[in-house]
Design a binder for this molecule. Structure first.
Ligand SMILES: [Zn+2]
Length: 269
């Protein structure tokens, strides 16, 4: 089913926001970003009201009346069902960033695989990802739905629009729900491509110079970076050599270098 009201370019009624949240829940479920009762979505309705998904329901099968409205402090204002325990993570974004009006949280399997392996998605590999998100850092593990998770997230929230949560999943924000959803799609798509490039060989990262050109092009693509301004750049082909002067070799590369040196030495004598 199409959802014309998801277009961010006009003001929406509460009914339209409810419809949009159900649509994005269905998209996340259909794409396999969530299963069973996982994930949660929210939208800022106004200065003090957040519309969000209920706990213990499949987010792909929601009806508009299943949604819950809370205050910015997490007090339930409207709705029969209870909101998710992970709402605290959403409220943290809304409180810290006035530019954020929507949040998606899901467990997309490839990206979550990287998060479970302790790996950020921070390689300068694809121009679109660099322009749109910069990099996707990994937030240290904390029990879902606790203040500990909010504490772990807090330093990242002003600087990034998409985050991996170690051993858990991913969270994205946006000025509107469609943008937050696209960022979730981008994370999973990037994770799949990175995995494919690692299976195909060694991923060839872009250089710092190329990344700088992409960052400079952001305004041309109407990308507004997060207001914190302290985002780190993704890892580039020259990051490691220039910063530490160290080179890393695999065991076989080291053996090959030693063999070659011995052979040259033998030839000389
Ligand atoms: Zn979760």
């Amino acid at each position: 089913m199409n959802s014309p009201s998801l277009s961010p370019n006009h003001p929406k009624s509460e009914a339209q926001h409810r419809h949009d949240v159900c649509t994005v829940g269905r998209w996340m479920y259909e794409r396999g970003f969530i299963v069973a009762c996982e994930g949660n979505i929210s939208v800022r309705l106004d200065d003090d009201r957040i519309l969000t998904t209920p706990t213990c329901m499949n987010k792909g099968m929601l009806e508009p009346q299943d949604l819950v409205i809370t205050s910015l402090e997490g007090r339930q204002l409207c709705g029969e069902r209870k909101y998710s325990s992970e709402l605290a993570m959403h409220l943290l974004f809304y409180r810290m960033r006035s530019d954020v009006n929507a949040i998606c949280h899901a467990h997309p399997p490839t990206a979550t695989g990287f998060a479970a392996a302790g790996r950020a998605l921070d390689q300068a590999l694809l121009p679109e990802v660099i322009i749109g998100l910069g990099k996707i850092p990994l937030v240290r593990y904390a029990t879902p739905g606790t203040a500990e998770l909010s504490d772990a997230l807090e330093p990242f929230v002003p600087h990034y629009d998409a985050l991996l949560l170690a051993n858990h999943g991913a969270v994205t924000c946006g000025p509107d729900l469609l943008t937050a959803f696209f960022r979730m799609e981008t994370i999973e798509h990037f994770a799949k491509i990175l995995l494919a490039s690692e299976l195909a060989g060694d991923p060839v990262l872009l250089s710092t110079r190329e990344v700088a050109k992409l960052m400079a092009a952001r305004s041309r693509y109407f990308v507004t970076p997060p207001p914190g301004g302290g985002a780190e750049l993704p890892e580039t082909s020259d990051t490691t050599d220039s910063s530490s002067g160290q080179v890393s070799l695999s065991r076989s590369e080291l053996d090959a270098l030693i063999d070659e040196a011995l052979r040259k030495d033998r030839n000389r004598h």
